[in-house]
Design a protein around this ligand. Structure first.
Ligand SMILES: *Cc1c(COP(=O)(O)O)cnc(C)c1O
Length: 410
């Protein structure tokens, strides 16, 4: 799978260079400069012995695209470069990656410890599907490292982490919880979708397996879905076997789009987080905003942990509007340079309330129990110019302020 690394050493280059070149250090077929989309279900052989060697994994090559595909393998090599690890396995969606990695390592009688703030779909796997196969799941208060450590110490097989969290941007201390997990021999899995490999390296902090929704920042253009799992080859070979048989493989067209998007990851993240910080600071000055959640703000409750374990604070933030859903419904339609949609990590700025985005699967009562108020709005900051994003928000808030004044008869 690995190409000729000697031709183009990438171990001492910057992340931007890695994003462009890793997985693509050597020539593609036909001297194409771009990864070909290999749209073939199967690969033909005249020599039965050679075919058999490839099938057994004794010789390099491809047999059938549910098992492996050249375009998909290029993507897998690329994420290995960015996460600085040995091996990766691509899936059809982020949720396919997350559920498959959990089903690979968990069976009847196992126990998982995680936090209440995991991604909505992941939360459903924990609460609805894993218990059905006899896996016990304990979801702890995300902000309470003590409670998480206590639950880990009771014994568990998998510790599952996600930081920063969606949509509240809480931060959990990866190193601290990894050390608790190692004491009981648990496998640690971390969802690195929000941070991206540029802003956080969970594997370097002791995590065993990193998962990504490649649909988000990696692809970056909201036009392809995919998921990636990465880590040491001895773990990835089990995940790959699970995928081969259960079949949630990534198709080569999507793999191509994700590869193309990943080349600009560093540029996008740099611009997006400059704007995210400026927007967070601006929102603090708006009277209709009750709270701003961004790990880069000095008064974020876990700002010090974010400074320790992240290389940048990312481009996701959220804020709480006074007046709840009524104010949300007044503000969002006024925005001119943004989508109101259920995704994140794209070149366009995207706004959405928790009700229709991260927690669409939950009832109002469940959201309130999770501390997610109806006035909470998530922003995925795009690559537009910072000044334009701020002035867009300003004019939308001017409208909101006018409406509110009318409502109270001022
Ligand atoms: C979107 C997302 C997922 C799920 O990914 P899909 O590609 O939509 O299946 C998982 N984790 C996080 C943090 C996400 O934002």
């Amino acid at each position: 799978m690995n190409k000729n690394l000697g031709v183009m050493p990438l171990n001492h280059v910057g992340e931007g260079t890695k994003a462009v070149w890793s997985g693509e250090q050597t020539a593609h077929p036909y001297r194409a400069t771009q990864t070909p989309i290999v749209a073939s279900a199967a690969y033909g052989y005249q020599d039965i012995d050679e075919w058999y060697d490839v099938a057994l994994g004794a010789a390099p090559g491809f047999i059938y695209s549910r098992m492996s595909n050249p375009t998909v393998e290029t993507l897998e090599s690329k994420i290995c470069g960015l996460e600085n690890t040995e091996s990766a396995v691509a899936f059809s969606t982020g949720m396919a990656a997350i559920s498959s990695v959990l089903y690979t390592f968990l069976s009847n009688g196992c126990r998982v410890v995680s936090t209440k703030d995991s991604y909505g779909g992941t939360n459903k796997v924990f609460e609805e599907f894993l218990p059905r196969m006899g896996v016990r799941v304990t979801l702890c208060e995300t902000h309470s490292h003590e409670q998480i450590e206590d639950e880990i110490a009771k014994g568990c097989d998998v510790l599952y982490l996600e930081t920063p969290t969606n949509p509240s941007l809480k931060i959990v201390d990866i190193k601290r919880l990894v050390s608790a997990a190692k004491k009981v021999g648990a496998l640690v899995i971390a969802d690195n979708t929000f941070a991206t490999p540029l802003n956080q390296s969970p594997l370097a902090l002791g995590v065993d397996i990193v998962v990504h929704s490649a649909t988000k920042f990696l692809s970056g253009h909201a036009d392809a879905m995919g998921g990636l799992v990465c880590g040491a080859e001895n773990l990835m070979e089990k995940v790959r076997h699970y995928r081969e048989i259960n079949g949630a493989s990534l198709d080569p067209f999507s793999a191509y789009l994700i590869i193309r998007g990943m080349k600009t990851l560093a540029l996008r993240i740099r611009q997006q987080q400059i704007s995210a910080k400026a927007i967070a600071e601006y929102l603090l000055t708006e009277p209709m905003v009750e709270a701003v959640n961004y790990p880069g703000l000095p008064d974020h409750p876990n700002h010090h942990i974010a400074c320790e374990q992240m290389h940048g604070f990312g481009s996701m933030l959220s804020f709480v509007l006074i007046g709840g859903m009524d104010t949300v419904k007044t503000l969002l339609p006024q925005l001119r340079y943004a989508h109101c949609a259920g995704n994140l990590g794209a070149v366009e700025t995207i706004y959405g309330p928790a009700r229709t985005t991260s927690h669409v699967e939950n009832t109002l009562e469940e959201r309130l129990a999770l501390g997610i108020s109806e006035g909470l709005v998530r922003i995925s900051v795009g690559i537009e110019d910072t000044e334009d994003l701020i002035s867009d928000l300003k004019q939308a808030f001017e409208f909101v302020n006018k409406c509110c004044h009318k409502a109270v008869g001022v």
